[in-house]
Design a protein around this ligand. Structure first.
Ligand code: ADP
Ligand code: MG
Length: 318
């Protein structure tokens, strides 16, 4: 038993594959396959905390709200994010408990509706960039902008779409209770979809805010706040590459944050996909932890140093 605490960030493909229809059955089948992989890590002795993306799921919840708005009052984005944490958390709880049952492992799995504090001064609020929800005609978009104050932008000729800010996480509000559950040897699912963004008011109370936090950034923050040993970012590529998809493509196996910073400046990582993982992994490594970016299917081998991209501070590299 190694008893190390491992925070796993599941990418979108762990729940829904590209081009698959988002039925419950499809999603549960993917989640079950993902949990079979995660159960191996539990058997290796790791204490596990699981975070996950929610893009397609929260997109569909928003769409349901938008389509049915004449019949049922529309819920704000923070509430839709909370709903998606429940939806995905339930699937992971069910699938993970079933996998553990088959292995004869007697640990409970619990998901926490997680709020994440962001700053209302975050520059993201001045420049919303994250597209969410359904596509609309220009006329509908104008009406939403007037009625609801939404910011809507035309999206590559596919129609008009709402954009929201993507601020950085300051603090995981439920981190204390998550740490307690981990100490009691429970498997915890938290910070789904990057967490529900909230801002702190001068009187110390919080309110939800219409924004979306990148799940890779929240995963790093949560890993730091609970004192995890390893941040394992599981995605659909087996390594971080330089010259990705171009001649001279090369997989990075062991790399330091300063080396990654140099590659970032050379333009090797795409903004909306690999760059947030690189930022999260580098920040976690700078704070003394070990970060790994790898394929979901090679998680166990990557933890043994045989696959994936390992990110550590230079001093630990020898
Ligand atoms: P996730 O749901 O796991 O967050 P993303 O699509 O956001 O998945 O990020 C993973 C994607 O990042 C890969 O499928 C790959 O196409 C893309 N990517 C961009 N740049 C790189 C790079 N330099 N090395 C590897 N993958 C990269
Ligand atoms: Mg992503």
């Amino acid at each position: 038993m190694n008893n190390r605490t491992l925070l796993v960030a599941l990418g979108g493909n762990a729940i829904l594959q590209p081009k698959q229809e988002a039925t419950f059955e499809n999603q549960l089948a993917n989640v079950t396959a993902s949990c079979r992989i995660l159960a191996k890590l539990i058997r290796m002795g790791y204490r596990l905390i699981i975070t996950h993306g929610n893009g397609p799921q929260v997109g569909n919840i928003l769409r349901q709200n938008e389509e049915a708005r004449q019949v049922v009052p529309q819920m704000p984005l923070d509430v839709c994010s909370a709903e998606s944490q429940g939806l995905i958390g339930y699937m992971i709880q069910q699938a993970m408990r079933n996998e553990l049952e088959l292995l004869g492992i007697d640990k409970s799995v619990v998901s926490i509706v997680t709020r994440v504090e962001v700053s209302s001064d975050d520059e993201a609020f001045r420049n919303p960039t994250k597209p969410i929800g359904a596509f609309y005609s220009e006329e509908e978009a104008q009406a939403f902008m007037q009625e609801k104050g939404w910011i809507m932008k035309e999206d590559a000729n596919r129609g008009w779409r709402r954009v929201v800010p993507s601020p950085l996480p300051l603090h995981i509000i439920e981190a204390d209770v998550i740490a307690k559950l981990l100490n009691e040897d429970q498997i915890v699912i938290a910070c789904g979809g990057g967490g529900i963004p909230v801002v702190r008011k001068p009187d110390g109370t919080y309110r939800g805010i219409e924004a979306v936090i990148d799940k890779d950034h929240s995963a790093c923050k949560l890993a730091q706040e609970i004192g995890a040993d390893v941040l394992l970012i599981l995605t659909d590529v087996d390594n971080v590459y330089i010259h990705y998809g171009r001649p001279g493509q090369r997989a990075l196996t062991r790399v330091t944050p300063p080396e990654l910073e140099r590659f970032r400046r050379e333009g090797h990582f795409s903004e909306g996909s690999m760059q947030p993982k690189i930022d999260a992994a580098s920040r976690f490594a700078d704070s003394g932890g070990t970060s790994i970016i790898c394929s979901l299917h090679e998680a166990d081998l990557a933890l043994e140093g045989e696959r994936g991209t390992l990110i550590m501070k230079a001093a630990d590299h020898a």
